[in-house]
Design a protein around this ligand. Structure first.
Ligand code: NDP
Ligand code: 2IT
Length: 478
């Protein structure tokens, strides 16, 4: 069994030769030195039953990388695939807090530290009633490869709680965040694990958590990203995921000489990612006609302009209201309990949550002439939906490539904190554009098929996987 003849490969070969007799495989099913995706998945499903979303994310990655994995037999010798799919560790704890009326509540808190081969664990915290270990395992798994794609030195992690900030006062949210950090603080730090925001966690929550973290840790090294500017945050971090997704979309459109101007775009969600996606699209002259929340969607055929977007930002970020109030204010359609994918569009940018586009939605989008889907959310398309996009050769960018701008600017925030300097808005925006372009280049490099179609799923998965895999090989069996 010989590794490739690169310098690293030769070195690994030597190490493996020495260790050969001591290597034992955990999985009974993986008894040959080639990976068969179904065998690995069967094994993981037996060990982790009832974790469908985690297994969905694992299956998507493994299916894409099977060929390249099998060209590197040295990976199988060290059971790299299981070590890469199973998180390094998961912390789980009770969070007790007191509401404004004096009642005492308990929630669960978690942090999944998935992989730190290329840098400190890095990834957001989600506060939503659906948060459970398997959901965070999928998100931490995705984050590991996304972070590798950014070109910055960050490993992957994710955490959160089943606490819902909806309907809570600022004081209640603050007490919850403080109680959450009272447990989590001992597991995080600027060089070990750096959390940030995600669904239900924005600037307000990050600032409360960072304040409590600093009090306990007695340090000022910026262990969170997404902090307020005054507290050490980075310019462009709030905008980064949405802007980054549009920058990635522009790169995809360039491959087919398509101009974004006047294109009709459906966006889902109305939180951080959806808002700044809309802002950038308005700036570029595209027409955003939908936004949504978990209750329904609005359809505004005239398009959301800057004034209407300001209304949404105030509604969602300050008043914490519902998207249907937009329809009431501007006299457009509101559709309760549905998602916006049956609206005719050129481009769809899902920016709410996982599995929000199923096969039926995907077929409807394609039938209506949609030619590009770029994911602001994490894994918003089901595997069946992805298959439809790929079969129809549309421009389809998976979240781990398209929404990596958020964590990329988090990485830039970490750098600014380390060097104790702040970069200007233009400097950060320029770096973000450059990173999104680089991610696109990597997708093209590994995802271009013989007929010229770019399979961005394969490209992103292979590029992200190879970087993490090589780092793990270099660092030995741990
Ligand atoms: P926010 O909490 O700011 O907004 C989330 C939006 O999605 C809200 O409109 C929310 O509606 C809606 N939503 C949440 N859950 C559901 C659901 N189960 N069904 C329907 N709608 C839902 O979160 P973000 O904008 O930060 O995150 C959106 C997506 O982007 C997530 O998938 C996240 O993981 C991903 N992402 C976020 C990044 C970031 O930097 N923030 C970076 C990369 C990816 P409601 O208010 O009714 O709950
Ligand atoms: O899914 C994601 O990439 C995020 N929620 C952002 C993570 C981060 O550390 O900025």
């Amino acid at each position: 069994m010989h590794a490739k003849s690169s310098h690293t490969g030769a070195y690994l070969n030597l190490k493996l030769y020495d260790l050969d007799s001591k290597i034992s495989f955990n999985s009974k099913n993986i008894n040959s030195l080639t990976m068969k995706v179904q065998q690995v998945l069967d094994n993981l499903s037996q060990r982790f039953p009832n974790e469908p979303v985690y297994l969905q994310a694992v299956e998507e990655l493994l299916t894409s990388i099977e060929d390249v994995y099998n060209q590197h037999p040295e990976f199988a010798k060290v059971n790299l695939i299981e070590r890469l799919c199973i998180p390094d560790r998961i912390f789980s704890f009770r969070v007790t807090w007191v509401d404004d009326a004096g009642s005492v509540h308990t929630n669960m808190g978690y942090r999944v530290q998935h992989n730190n081969a290329i840098g400190p664990y890095k990834g957001g915290l989600r506060f939503h009633p659906s948060v459970a270990p398997q959901l965070l395992k999928f998100l931490a798994f995705e984050q590991t490869f996304k972070n590798a794609l950014t070109t910055l030195p960050m490993g992957g992690g994710k955490g959160g709680s089943d606490f819902s900030p909806k309907g809570k006062s600022d004081a209640e949210v603050m007490r919850f965040c403080q109680a959450f950090i009272l447990e989590l603080w001992r597991h995080i730090g600027p060089d070990t694990d750096v959390p940030a925001g995600d669904i239900g966690v924005g600037g307000r929550e990050v600032n409360y958590m960072y304040g409590m973290y600093k009090k306990l840790a007695r340090e000022n090294t910026g262990t969170f990203t997404g902090k307020s500017l005054e507290g050490g945050g980075s310019l462009i971090r709030p905008e980064a995921t949405g802007f980054g997704n549009v920058y990635f979309l522009l790169e995809m459109l360039k491959t087919r000489n398509i101009d974004i101007k006047d294109k009709i775009v459906t966006v889902s969600g109305s939180g951080n990612v959806a808002q700044y996606t809309t802002e950038k699209l308005i700036e570029l002259g595209a027409k955003v006609v939908t936004l949504s929340d978990s209750d329904g969607y609005i359809y505004d055929p005239a398009g959301i302009d800057s004034e209407k977007l300001s209304f949404i930002m105030e509604l969602k970020n300050e008043k914490r209201g519902r998207i249907k109030e937009y329809a009431e204010k501007f006299g457009c359609t509101y559709v309760e309990g549905e998602r916006p994918w049956n609206i005719v569009c050129d481009i769809a940018l899902p920016s709410a949550t996982q599995n929000e586009i199923n096969a039926e939605d995907a077929q409807k989008l394609v039938d209506n002439g949609c030619f590009a889907v770029s994911e602001g959310a994490n894994m918003p398309s089901t595997p069946e939906a992805i298959a439809i996009f790929l079969n129809h050769n549309i421009l389809y960018a998976p979240g781990k490539a398209a929404n990596a701008g958020g964590v990329a600017v988090s990485g830039l925030e970490m750098t600014q904190n380390s060097i104790k300097l702040s970069w200007t808005r233009d400097e950060v925006d320029h770096k973000l554009k450059h990173i999104m372009k680089e991610i696109h280049n990597q997708c093209v490099k590994y995802g271009k098929t013989s007929n010229g179609y770019i399979n961005y799923v394969k490209g992103a998965n292979v590029a992200g996987f190879m970087k993490v895999a090589k780092a793990m090989m270099d660092q030995g069996i741990i």
